[in-house]
Write a protein that binds this ligand. Structure first.
Ligand code: NAP
Length: 482
């Protein structure tokens, strides 16, 4: 689809996300003609920038992201950007913003189409949504709202925010970003599952022993201690990215590939997510906190973190669904800071069958590596050249360097999808609700554990985190990625 006329209003136009991700992504959409002559972007923030200064920032952001840039094209692109100094908490500022949006709408013939992008601290999302409604900022064409994460801090706050948003936007106009859903190998999960009759046939509780999802980070909290200490690994990583990956792995086959059908299948699955009680949390979920080294701080000594903080920098758990193709199959997940290496991967472990080759035949595993390399491999047994023994081999496909270079950044993909109104890779409210229910149940149980004097387990940094053997359903289970 080409040249979709739109005025985009970007809240947080001077922020890090706008600079590193949104401006470079918009430039590529411009190069690809998704937006071209009929678009304008209004960047807003409090600082007193001029249109010209914003354009310089946009050009700089594009140069920082892309090596080959046609300067004339970039100048033309940047000329579509306008800056409006705006405090989102000041109602009067929305009046000026509305006037500018209308003016640009006419100048660029945008047909009343608006995209609002909340690229700011989540504490402002509700206020912005309310003022978009009470100051009637929506246009006469399509209106879409892009919301960054986190969407709420628990189910109750997410419900309040959702209500504030609903005053101006229907659910199908809301695009809740989870940038993991823009990643190449996350988008490859459904094609792998449903495009291969082999996997379709064995993707069930009869054949799958367990599913393992790892999202490891090498870095610690760095300068974000303030934010992180109120969040923790469960809210920061499990509530969104890990849950979305698990949903793609466990959902039933959608009726077709439309966004509606895919979300319907996800909702179907999530209605059967088993919400743990206190006992299940203590048996199935482990929380950890990293220790220090000679050169790095222990978590509780990090700047802006209280010495008695019980915030988890690591969480591992086991969950299950009562319905769907993997009903009753243990799904293990773990995520942590200061782990051995940055890695996001999925391992689908198939059941072993006692056969002719006994123990010599090893477990079949399908691995989908999401970060840092895009690759898929399947572990299977074959014979060695001499003798009757078996060896374990990997059937693998990974992208060539050329293909890898073509993989768009997750943000570019997702912003493109907003322009073309494809909500497949965004989080719907019904999904989010279930994710929060799960997280809230775990948090509530942890509060009780804290009151009883229990604390997160300390772990040595740059390893694989605390001992997780107690959550494994079967003594023979173990993490494939060790
Ligand atoms: P940031 O760099 O701190 O930017 C915040 C922006 O909000 C600035 O433009 C700031 O400009 C503006 N602002 C603050 N208070 C304001 C007010 N009262 N009225 C109007 N504007 C105000 O934050 P960020 O890193 O870009 O993150 C933005 C959002 O994206 C967050 O929800 C974050 O969770 C999400 N996110 C960010 C990244 C990333 O890589 N940065 C990745 C994933 C998700 P002024 O100070 O001039 O007002």
């Amino acid at each position: 689809m080409n040249n979709i006329p739109t005025v985009m209003i970007l809240f947080g136009g001077s922020g890090d996300l706008a600079h590193r991700k949104i401006y470079p992504a918009l430039f590529n959409l411009y190069r690809r003609n998704v937006i071209h002559d009929n678009f304008a972007v209004i960047g807003t923030a409090r600082r007193p920038w001029s249109h010209e200064y914003l354009r310089e920032q946009v050009a700089q952001a594009v140069h920082e992201s892309w090596e080959e840039v046609d300067e004339a094209q970039l100048t033309e692109f940047a000329s579509h950007f306008y800056y409006q100094s705006h405090d989102v908490t000041n109602v009067e500022h929305y009046v000026t913003l509305k006037q500018l949006a209308q003016e640009l709408d006419e100048r660029y013939e945008c047909g009343g189409n608006r995209i609002f992008y909340m690229a700011m601290a989540p504490s402002f999302f509700g206020t912005i949504a309310e003022h978009i409604a009470d100051q009637h900022l929506t246009g006469t064409g399509f209106n879409r709202l892009v919301v960054e994460k986190p969407f709420g801090t628990d189910l109750a706050s997410a419900e309040v925010l959702n209500q504030q948003i609903r005053n101006s936007f229907a659910e199908d106009q809301v695009f809740r970003i989870d940038h993991y859903l823009g990643k190449e190998m996350v988008q490859n999960i459904l094609p792998l599952r449903f495009g291969n009759s082999l996997f379709k046939r064995i993707w069930n509780a009869d054949a799958v022993k367990n599913v393992q999802v790892t999202l490891a980070e090498r870095l610690g909290v760095e300068a974000r201690g303030d934010y992180y200490n109120n969040s923790g690994a469960l809210r920061d990583m499990v509530q969104n990215h890990i849950m979305q990956i698990i949903t793609l792995l466990a959902m039933p086959e959608p009726k077709d590939l439309s966004d509606k059908a895919i979300h319907a299948a996800k909702e179907d699955l999530l209605a059967s997510l088993v919400i743990p009680d206190e006992k299940a949390v203590s048996e199935n979920i482990i929380r950890g906190q990293y220790l220090g080294t000679e050169t790095t701080f222990e978590y509780v000594k990090e700047p802006n973190v209280a010495e008695d903080s019980k915030t988890e920098t690591y969480v591992a758990g086991r969950l299950e669904f009562s319905k769907g193709p993997l009903a009753g199959v243990p799904v293990y997940f773990r995520t942590g800071k200061e782990m051995r290496e940055k890695k996001t991967r999925v391992d689908v472990v198939f059941k072993d069958e006692a056969g002719l080759y006994g123990d010599k035949a090893k477990t079949n595993v399908l691995t989908i590596e999401i970060d840092p390399v895009n690759q898929v491999y399947f572990r299977l047994n074959g014979k060695i050249v001499a003798g009757g023994d078996l060896r374990l081999e990997r059937f693998r496909y990974r992208y060539s360097e050329d293909e890898q270079a073509e993989v768009p950044d997750g943000y570019e993909r997702l912003i493109h999808d907003v322009f073309v109104n494809d909500s497949t890779n965004f989080t719907k409210w019904e999904e989010l609700k279930q994710y929060w229910r799960f997280v809230d149940a775990v948090e509530a149980a942890w509060q009780k554990q804290n009151a009883a004097g229990e604390k997160p387990v300390k772990y040595r940094p740059y390893g694989m985190g605390p001992d997780t053997s107690k959550i494994l359903a079967d003594p023979e289970d173990g993490w494939i990625y060790k």
